[in-house]
Structure formats: C-alpha cells, structure tokens
Design a protein around this ligand. Structure first.
Ligand code: UD1
Length: 363
C-alpha cells in the first residue's frame, strides 16, 4: 500500500505527525508533500523538528498569494507528484487551502482521498476554511471525524454512511504524546511568567485582522484586559503584516502588559497554554487543545465548527462583542473556581491508530 499525504500549514503538521508514526509502524510506503503554504522557520521547520516529522519528500514552495492563486498552483503541482507516484490513497488533514488543493488534485486523477478531521461545520460561508471543508468532504472517499456533530453534518449532506468513520482527534494524539516534554519548556522562565499569572492570545482570522476597524476594536479590548493580567501574544505573520500596514504598531507597543513574541514552537506554546489562567483566541484547534488541558478558552468568533468544545469542554464562544469578551475575561480573572470539563469521546490518543487500521482494511 502506498500513501501520499499533503500538508502545508502549522496546524496540518500536528495532525499528520501521529498518522506518519502509524504508517511507519505498519510499514506502509509513505510520501510526504509540503505545499509550502507556511514557510517561515517558526511556522514550519520548527514543527518538523519538534514533532520528529520526516523531511518532506517534496516541497512545492507555494506560500503567499491570494486564495485562488494558492489553490490553483498547489493543485497543479500536487497533480504532477501524484501522477509520478501513483499512490493507492491521498491523505489530507484539516481545512486549509493545502487540504482542498490536495483533495482536488487527487480526485481529478481518480485517486481515492481520505479526509482527516472531516464534517466540521461553522455554517459561516464567509470563512475560507468552511468552503475548504465542504468541498473537501464532497470529493473524499473516506471521511474521518473527530466529534459526533461532524457525523450528523455529513449525513445531512447526504454523504453515504459507509464512508464516514468516527475515530476521534489526531491533534489530541499529538498533544497527549508531547504534553510531558512540553511541560519542561523554559518559556515561562524566559518570559518571566508565573503559573496562572497571565493569559495567552492568538489572533489571525481574516474576519478579525484584515480590516483596520476590526484590529482597532480588538486593541481596545486588549487595553482593558491587560490592565488586569499580562497577555502573551505570539503574533501570526498575517496579523503582524496587517498591524504594520494599518500603522497600529504604536498602539500595540503602548500596552505595557501586552507581550508580543514571534510565533512559538509546539512545545513552548503547549507549555504556555497549560500554565495560563485562560486563552483568548480565534483559532479552531486551540478550542480543542484547551478543552483537553482544562484551561478556559474565550473564542472571539461568532460561530464554532467544534461545538463539542462548548457543550463538554472549556470553550466560551463570545462572538466579537467587546463587552462580552471583556466581561468573560474579567470574570475568569476574579474567579477562584476552575472550569469543569469533560474529555470528548475518543479523544484518547489512539485516533491515528484507528484511522490507519481502517485505511488498511478499505484500500
Ligand atoms: C492559514 C489557514 C488557516 C489556519 C492558519 C494557521 C487557509 C485558508 N487558512 O491561514 O485556516 O488557521 O493557516 O496558521 O488556508 N505568511 C508568512 N509566513 C508564513 C506563513 C504565512 O509570512 O510562514 C504570510 C503569508 O505570506 C500571507 C499571510 O501570512 O501573507 C497569510 O498566510 P496564509 O497561508 O495565506 O493564511 P493564514 O492566515 O496563515
């Protein structure tokens, strides 16, 4: 059996790592293609090193560009690799442009596609990821889901049941595997932080950072929160570029308790989240990671494609309403209680094992 998997962005690397380990264990021939969507050392190479990922067999070097340019170029170049390799199966993970480009290239060549982290829906078609999710699921042969809502979504979209497999969450496989070593990170010491004495912020959704008004609104929120607690903000390249181009650097640097860092590696970031009072984010995966870590997560979005993190986990979906974000943050800071959480079903560190067993049976 021969598998080609496609990755491109930071969250893809955490999702493919446990699958690659399983391919190795079961002696499956595997070719790793990196589209190059993320290319900075801090966004890509560092993750390969920390997660012990093999060097990609092919790196297409297609970073930057508009969404359409990225997808078109990636699909064309992935197509060339697939023609040469002629695998039995193409594996794509998550919901980024590289995910959809990989699925599209494979489908056009008549190669079966397995989508890992299938069926999640925010029902917000303004999100590029939502479009990627729907399109990828529509052309995948095997759909591996992380939570029960995803099964329901796929069935509602008339995807035949026999193609859908509820297997749990590969990103949580990676978290559970690395948590112990992450806790040895020196990041708290190097940023002069105490356990529970700070919150972590991540921000990169186009809906939050692609307009000056959006960013200014968030800065007003941060201003209030940093009066009460230190905020550690590993800044995503998209956000950094926009803050610079909108001339908002001075505003950011005027906040004394807002500490900006480069994007952090996997282990440092996991350590930082694990010891924080709470996390403030617009990310997808962080809602899941905080749920497993039992750390409160305030999600600055109007919708989530990961509802189990709200119903069972630590996720508080607050929209981008300033009052709500500030209110929830101050509430957590002043409360002594820890938040109750339940680990979602099958988020047990064995998802990749389940997936690869199924792949071997169906291919
Ligand atoms: C992408 C994903 C998003 C995911 C995020 C994780 C899509 C549609 N979006 O968003 O779902 O949550 O990754 O981080 O696929 N850039 C750099 N260096 C890098 C990477 C990007 O400078 O290493 C710059 C690019 O040149 C571009 C901007 O950041 O100008 C955005 O990058 P892009 O890959 O298009 O999307 P992300 O915002 O990273």
């Amino acid at each position: 059996m021969k598998i080609v998997s496609i990755v491109g962005t930071r969250p893809n690397f955490m999702k493919i790592a446990p699958l690659i380990n399983e391919f190795k264990k079961r002696k499956i021939k595997h070719i790793l293609v990196h589209t190059g969507q993320h290319y900075d050392k801090q966004m890509s190479r560092l993750f390969f090193e920390e997660l012990n990922l093999p060097k990609p067999d092919v790196n297409l070097g297609i970073g930057s560009g508009s969404r359409m340019e990225q997808i078109e170029k990636m699909a064309a170049e992935i197509g060339k690799v697939l023609k040469k390799e002629n695998p039995d199966l193409v594996v794509v993970v998550g919901d980024v442009n590289s995910t959809f480009a990989g699925a599209l290239a494979a489908k056009h060549l008549g190669i079966k596609v397995a989508h890992v982290e299938s069926g999640l829906r925010s029902f917000d078609m303004e999100m590029p990821e939502e479009i990627n999710r729907i399109l990828t699921d529509g052309i995948s042969s095997f759909l591996f889901t992380t939570e029960e809502s995803a099964m329901k979504n796929l069935i509602n979209e008339r995807i035949p049941k026999e193609r859908i497999f509820f297997v749990g969450n590969v990103m949580i496989d990676t978290l559970l595997q690395h948590k112990k070593s992450a806790l040895k990170s020196k990041i708290l010491k190097s940023l002069n932080l105490k356990k529970n004495g700070y919150c972590v912020l991540t921000l990169h959704r186009p809906s939050n950072v692609d307009t000056k008004e959006g960013l200014e609104k968030i800065m007003l929120i941060l201003e209030k929160i940093q009066n009460k607690i230190k905020i550690i903000f590993p800044m995503h390249p998209r956000t950094r570029k926009n803050i610079e181009s909108f001339g908002l650097n001075n505003k950011i640097s005027s906040m004394k308790n807002l500490i900006i860092t480069e994007p952090l590696g996997y282990l440092d970031f996991l350590c930082l989240m694990s010891n924080s009072r709470f996390v403030l984010t617009d990310s997808g995966g962080i809602q899941e990671e905080t749920t497993v870590l039992g750390i409160p997560c305030i999600t600055m979005r109007n919708s989530t494609e990961r509802p189990v993190t709200v119903s069972q986990g630590t996720n508080l979906l607050v929209s981008t309403n300033s009052k709500k974000i500030i209110g929830k943050s101050l509430g957590i800071i002043s409360s002594k209680k820890s938040i109750k959480n339940k680990i979602p079903k099958l988020w047990d560190g064995k998802s990749a094992e389940r997936i690869v067993k199924i792949m071997k049976n169906v291919c």
